[in-house]
Design a binder for this molecule. Structure first.
Ligand SMILES: C[S@@+](CC[C@H](N)C(=O)[O-])C[C@H]1O[C@@H](n2cnc3c(N)ncnc32)[C@H](O)[C@@H]1O
Length: 281
């Protein structure tokens, strides 16, 4: 699987990235969590699979002296650059060397020649895009080379309550006016249980009505992987890490079957320190 989630799509990747952003920028409920996590960390932050930089402002507002975002998608990184250029605070941080982005595969961190060390790495919504346990282990193993001693990695994905429980036939997700054109997005979801967790084939079709009445169709498909609790715990252990804290929401509720998120704060065993140092909220 490629690191560029739009690379193998048949359609215009700039348009796909735009639609992707449209949905992701609506996610704001986790921003106070990341602002506070950054404040409590007080050191440089690595945003793994940063996309178009949705978390940058929260991390910098929290006081991170430096934020580096890495993503595999050139189209999303172009949007990150545009976001930075269009926001005074982000643009200033970039000018001052506090914020930058880099194209790279999060499964091969150690090959990216990153000389800095980070007190915090965050991977929000990234794990499901990896191919499975082997890829996840590459990510977890690679983080070691860029985390400062005592540094933590936060893995943040959908929780048990948000897992699809059945296949979803092709149906309409939304209709919107974008740049004066009507866009209709449909999606289809096929799930498969596997020993290492839930596999989901998620396909979308966005139809944009053109000024001449013709329809530009943007198909995209993603193979997603939601590791089971056992599989994720085994991977963390295999990578020589420990789960220090787990939460079921960004309000720090305990993780359980009803949780909408699964948030793990993990550290390397050699770096394990009293949990109050990183506890947020
Ligand atoms: C669901 S998005 C989350 C974006 C961002 N973290 C956020 O919370 O808004 C997943 C991101 O992971 C990136 N990604 C997936 N696999 C990757 C890989 N192997 N290397 C680098 N980035 C990857 C995608 O390009 C995408 O930007």
């Amino acid at each position: 699987m490629s690191a560029d989630i739009f690379g193998s799509q048949p359609a215009d990747e700039e348009r796909l990235a735009e639609l992707y952003d449209l949905e992701h920028d609506e996610l704001v409920e986790d921003l106070p969590f990341y602002r506070e996590l950054s404040r409590r960390t007080g050191g440089p932050v690595l945003d793994l699979g940063c996309g178009s930089g949705r978390l940058f402002k929260a991390l910098l507002d929290g006081g991170a002296p430096r934020v580096l975002g890495i993503d595999g998608s050139a189209a999303l990184l172009r949007r990150a650059e545009a976001r930075i250029a269009g926001d005074d605070g982000l643009a200033r941080a970039a000018r001052d060397g506090r914020l930058s982005v880099m194209r790279g595969d999060v499964r091969a961190i150690s090959t990216l020649n990153i000389r800095e060390r980070f007190d915090l790495a965050v991977a929000v919504g990234v794990l499901p895009h990896l191919d499975g346990p082997e890829d996840a282990l590459r990510l977890l193993g690679g983080i070691r080379s860029v985390l400062a001693k005592g540094g933590r990695l936060v893995i943040d994905d959908l929780g048990p309550a948000e897992m699809p429980v059945r296949d979803m036939p092709l149906s309409v997700d939304w209709r919107r006016q974008i740049d004066g054109r009507e866009v209709v997005r449909r999606s289809e979801l096929i799930r498969r249980e596997s020993p290492e967790g839930l596999r989901v084939a998620f396909s979308t079709i966005a139809d944009a009505v053109q000024p001449d009445g013709t329809i530009a169709r943007l198909p995209a498909s993603h193979q997603l992987w939601y590791p089971s609790p056992e599989a994720l715990a085994a991977l963390v252990k295999q990578a020589g890490m420990v789960v220090e804290l787990s939460y079921g929401s960004h309000e720090l509720e305990p993780l359980g079957r009803e949780s909408g998120r699964r948030i793990y704060v993990v550290a390397y065993e050699f770096a394990a320190a009293p949990s109050h140092e990183v506890k947020v909220g």
